[in-house]
Design a protein around this ligand. Structure first.
Ligand code: GDP
Length: 301
């Protein structure tokens, strides 16, 4: 919402104060874009395009909107330029050629990791897939309980170990059981950690390594859960978690609140990591396949 408000206000002002798009107005617009956390590169790119197409000329507001929207969508969609079908929950995932598709999930504390895992399990289970959860957050007993409760509600399998067990051993066991039970998906939870906690980031690296050793090509997805209220810190989260766990996608949570998720534009542009799913509430069904179209349009509605 904040992203949205900034953009709307600035563009409104920009157009109200005169009909000619001059350098001062472009600069003002640039500053507005920067406040949204989309990053210098994306904001510069947008402004450059506006300068080229409309600089020094009288513009129709709708045309500016269209150019801005198109550009941000292009950044969010990356090289392929195509998004996913919202109706196909499997669409964003890289699927294993044979055996279970392993999804490692990581993120800082409180971003909505455990909830997102449950929601994703529900989506996959709901589309007829056999899902197994591995309760790798052995640090917090409540996390294991929470995930166990969700698994019962969803009707999917779960692997747990006693509190304080080595999370890598839970991940290994999860992979083992997924193979043994013929699961289509193994979703592996990890404890929340700050990207600045070296020892915990090494632990995450170890979890990733153990999974890769147990199943060739795994993890097929390494999803970073990012809270939409995160500003520029999201960049450092994406960078550090990627170093440890080779992130292949983002679940952007809490988009139902007054959140600005603008930083995902910067992350996509800098690191090429796409948003794959969005969280829009606290309930099991509040996870959706990411749509760049909807995301960008929502910024301007
Ligand atoms: P974790 O520590 O990262 O595992 O976070 P949790 O999954 O325990 O979630 C932390 C809080 O955020 C809980 O109160 C969740 O209900 C809430 N939450 C998670 N995802 C969303 C979302 O998409 N929208 C909203 N409004 N709340 C969410």
């Amino acid at each position: 919402k904040k992203t949205k408000d900034v953009l709307r206000t600035d563009v409104r002002d920009l157009l109200r104060s005169g009909e000619i798009l001059d350098e001062a107005k472009l600069e003002e617009f640039y500053r507005g874009l920067i406040t949204t956390d989309m990053g210098v590169a994306a904001a510069t790119e947008v402004v450059e395009t506006l300068r080229k197409e409309f600089g020094g000329r009288t513009v129709v507001p709708d045309k500016i909107w269209e150019v801005v929207r198109t550009q941000l969508k292009t950044i969010l969609l990356g090289e392929s330029g195509t998004g996913w079908d919202r109706a196909n929950p499997i669409g964003p995932l890289n699927i294993a050629a044979t055996g279970p598709t392993v999804i490692l999930v990581s993120g800082v504390n409180g971003v909505g990791k455990t909830t997102s895992i449950a929601k994703l399990a529900r989506l996959l289970h709901g589309s007829g897939r056999k899902v197994l959860l591995a309760a790798g957050d052995t640090f917090r007993a409540a996390a294991v309980e929470q995930l166990t409760m969700w698994s019962k509600r969803i009707g999917c399998d779960i692997v747990t170990k006693p509190p304080k067990s080595d999370p890598a051993s839970v991940a290994f066991e999860g992979c083992d059981q997924a193979v043994a039970r013929g699961a289509d998906f193994a979703i592996i939870d990890t404890a929340g950690r700050l990207q600045t906690q070296q020892n915990l980031m090494s632990e995450l690296q170890k979890i990733h390594r153990v999974i890769a050793k147990r199943i060739e090509g795994a993890p097929h997805e390494s999803l970073l859960v990012l809270d939409a209220t995160t500003g520029q810190n999201g960049l450092s989260q994406a960078s550090k978690f990627s170093e440890a766990a080779g992130c292949t996608g983002i679940i952007l949570t809490k988009l139902d609140g007054t959140a600005k998720g603008g930083v995902v534009i910067a992350i996509r542009q800098k690191m090429g990591i796409p948003v794959k799913y969005i969280g829009v509430g606290e309930q099991l069904d509040d996870l959706q396949v990411f749509s760049a179209d909807d995301f960008v349009n929502a910024l301007f509605d």
